[in-house]
Design a protein around this ligand. Structure first.
Ligand code: ZN
Length: 65
């Protein structure tokens, strides 16, 4: 089976890529799903950061009154 990371050819039952050492027993669909989740997590982090900034701005405005 071909390593999805470095494209090296490995034995069909290999759990770890002989070339780059990464876990290749995980199906490509799961890897794609994980990448999608990682991207969503980054988006949520950014949203959370913006929400925190907004809350902070509101708190600061309240204190100044
Ligand atoms: Zn590899």
């Amino acid at each position: 089976m071909r390593c999805p990371y470095c494209q090296s050819e490995n034995a069909g039952d290999a759990l770890v890529c002989a070339s780059c050492g990464r876990d290749i027993a995980v199906p490509a669909t799961l890897i794609a799903e994980r990448d999608d989740l990682l991207r969503k997590r980054e988006e949520l982090r950014e949203e959370l950061r913006q929400a925190r900034d907004e809350v902070e701005a509101i708190m600061r405005r309240r204190k100044s009154h």
